[in-house]
Each structure stands twice: as structure tokens, then as C-alpha cells.
Design a protein around this ligand. Sequence first.
Ligand code: TXE
Length: 490
Amino acid sequence: MMRRFRQYIDGEFVDAARSFESIDPATGDAWSLMPEADAADVDRAVTAAHRALHDLSWSGLTPTARGRLLYRLGDLLEEQAQALAELETRDTGKVIRETSAQVAYIAEYYRYFGGLADKIEGAHLAVDKPDMEVYLRREPIGVVAAVVPWNSQLFLAAVKIGPALAAGCTVVVKASEDGPAPLLEFAQLVDQAGFPPGVVNIITGFGDPCGQRLTSHPLVSRIAFTGGPETARHVVRNSAENLSHVTLELGGKSPVLVFDDADLDNACNAIIAGIFAASGQSCVAGSRLLVQNSIHDTLVSMLSERVGKIKIGDPSDPATEMGPLATARQHRKAVEVIQSSVKAGAVLTAGGKVPPGHERGFYLEPTILQCPNNDIPCSREELFAPVLSVMRFDTEADGIAFANDTCFALAAGIFTNDLRRAHRLIRSVKAGVVWVNTYRAISPVVPFGGFGWSGLGREGGRESVMEYTRPKAVWINSSTCPFPDPFIMR
Ligand code: TXE
């Protein structure tokens, strides 16, 4: 008997008319049944969210009370972190040592956004009309459609649900059709936390019709999307239906620059974490390594040696360092791009094939490709796989030019012990997040996001809550004089 998950709509756990099988990436076998939301399910979820938005059980809560609910959700998440981590590992293949640490940390995001709920402030405006008192209210923007991909669904949902609820919005979350189990299970915690019915709805289904209907729904006011650039273009077109606000968080081809004065042991560890953690399925993956000529060979051989020792295996084993890719589709794409890159002149320095003994499931060796230029497929395309493209550069200007030669602009890593150079690089690299002598550090306090093909807007940080509000300007006439001539504007 396969475990069967349900969707959470209007405070009820309900089945969909159809279901689909979810695949365990470590074996390639189906292990559970997921509800396949159709257009009618989406309509019910959005209608519930729209009703809840104006229902006094939610809209009548003080911001502090909303914050308390979020805080409680964070506490429940912390209590259930291990169980949810195990579910995420089972459904996505992400190793348990990563899911355990990440899920526990997500609780901090809910607490952070809970703390911000009563710190959303409007303004009093000093207008040029002495009798007028003018102030700005910050009101919830409305129903939010949150669409997430398979990698880190709980985390990517938290940076949408948290600020949306802090601002007083209601949410319909669409879990990815790949690995939706942890997010569907998380609905139990939303229920226990005591949110009124309809405030948070969690469904899953395919891009078309589920994602399509949700992001073009006339009752949705804001879309928060994480996924690939191609799908993002559909989402932007869908948003035109209702002229909804959109934020997009769309991956990257992030450069990591290592200069000859860097601490190479530190850089080596950070590079490995940057590209091989989560088997490379991370939007900030440092997938393009740019190394200054004089240290290139040394660093590449350090990396190759370290990569050879990465323990690949069962993602649920705490000793495993790298698990499978989440889907057969991702695996196929990575293998194809490795092959086309070698044909285009890249030299395979490590990995590149299915690890021996792991023919079942979607495993791929950690792979290093040395690229003669930036036009090799693996240095252009986002792979979402454990594949590192390495290029050499000579001068600082060359390094910057290579780093910026991409349509993406999400993250960048800079390794140098020269503070002046670090500052020059920070100013010059095209990215929304820059890490100096470190990589992949995150915090709820820090806004995250990119531009270009990497997306629009930011998630995390104070500003992200404001993005779920809209200003309302209020004019109050304090004068006792009669209203003046109606045909003169004042
Ligand atoms: O993502 P999709 P995919 C990149 C990565 C990956 C590529 C494709 O390079 O190889 O994108 O991945 C929903 N309207 N990233 O195909 O399609 C879909 O059901 C509304 C980077 O898995 O973008 C899922 O819930 N929604 C990225 C979500 O969009 C639609 C993470 C994401 O799926 C839809 C993931 C539609 N028409 C992939 N079609 C990152 N930023 O971290 C699909 N969806």
C-alpha cells in the first residue's frame, strides 16, 4: 500500500479527483500517491483564500496576534523538523544531513516574519496643504499565489507564506509535482497552529492546469514564483490576466572567482559546498568557477581529489554526502549537457557518469569540466546538477568580464585576502547576493534574489513583507471652511 497524501483547502484535508505517483529518486520507484489538483480544486482554494481575506476571524486579528500564529507555526515546525526532513529526503533525494539542518532553520524564518507582523508601518506625510492631514496605511495586498519548485519546497514556501501572513494576506501554495510530500505534510502544522480556515491552502498538481489556473486566477493579487526562467515567462503572461504583482526567483549560473592571494583550503571547501551540496540543485549553486592562472592547476587538483572522496549513496543515511538528483528529467538533462560540453571542447576532470553501484535511481557523480571559454554549454546553461565548469583568467578585469558574461545575475563568490580588491569586485559583479570568502550563507534577515534571468524582487528581510502590502493614501480635511470652488484643483 502506497502512502496517500491529501491537499489542504479551506481548513480541510481533501482528496483530489485524480492522483499521481511520486517517485523515490534513490530507487526510481513510486512510493506514494499525491493529489492532482485540477482547475476546480484551484478555484476552491483561491475562493477560500479570498473569503478568508475579508473574514473577521483573520482580518479582525491584530497584527500582533497574526505574529503569534506565525511564531507558533515556527515552534511546531521545529518540533516536527526531523519527521519533515525525512519526508523531504524520501521524496526529493536530498541527503538527510542537509534536510535536517535546513528544515530546523526554517522555523527561524516563521519567527522572524512573525516578529515583523506588528512592525509594518505606514507614514504621516507633510503635504503642502496646511489643512490636510495625510497618512499612508499599509494594507494586505490580497490573495497570494505561491508557486514553488521541488528543491527545498519547505524553505521556498516559508519565504512566501511568512511575509504574506505577516502582512495579513491569505495564500494558496502550489507545491511542485516533484517531491510535494513535505509541503503537503506541513499543512498539518498550519492546521494545528490555529490559522482560520482558508488563510493557508496547500495544493499540488502539474504546471498545466494547476499552476496555469492559479497564476491567472482573477482573485489572485500577487504571485510569488520560484522556478526556471522558461516557466517564469508563462507566469508573467498569466499575471497579465489579472494584472497581479509578481516576484520571481529563478536560479542562476553563479560565478565563483578565486584570486591567487586566496586561502585555497577555505576556497576549496566553499566551492565544494557551493556546487555539490543538494547535488547541485540549488538556485545559488556556484556552478562557474573562475580561477586566476597561477593557482588554477593547484586548485583544480585539490578539488578533484576532494570530489573523489565525496560519499555518494542512500540519502537517508546520515553518512551520505551526496544523493541522487530529484527527477529522471534533471538527470537526463545533466548527462546530455555533460556530453555536449565535452564535444564542444570541455575536458572532463572528474565524474561525468553514473556512479558504479548506483544504477537505480537518478545518481550522477560530482563532475568537474574544464572549459576553454565561456561558450561551452555547461558554462552557459543552468544545469541544476552537480556539475562544476572551471575556467581560468589572467587579470582582475578578465575575471570580472567572465563572471558577468551571463544572462543570469543571482549570486557570486569572491575569494581573495586583498580587501581593496574585494571591494572593487563587490561593486563590479552582476549579482543580487555577493559572498566574500564564504558561500551559501543565508538568513531570514537578509533579502535574497537576483535580476536579469535570475528574477524580479527579493525574498527575506524587512522589505519582503512590504511587498505583500499596498499603500492607501488617506486625506483628512481639518478645516472648518466650506469646500472651495469645485472647478479649481488644490
Ligand atoms: O521548473 P519549473 P522545472 C530551473 C532549473 C531547472 C529548470 C526547470 O534550471 O532545470 O528550471 O525546472 C510550476 N504556470 N529551476 O521544470 O517548470 C511547476 O508545476 C504556473 C531553478 O522543475 O519552473 C512547479 O511547481 N506554474 C529554480 C514550478 O512551476 C507552472 C528551481 C516550478 O517548475 C507552470 C527549479 C505554468 N505554466 C528549477 N508550469 C530555482 N530558482 O531555484 C510549471 N509550473
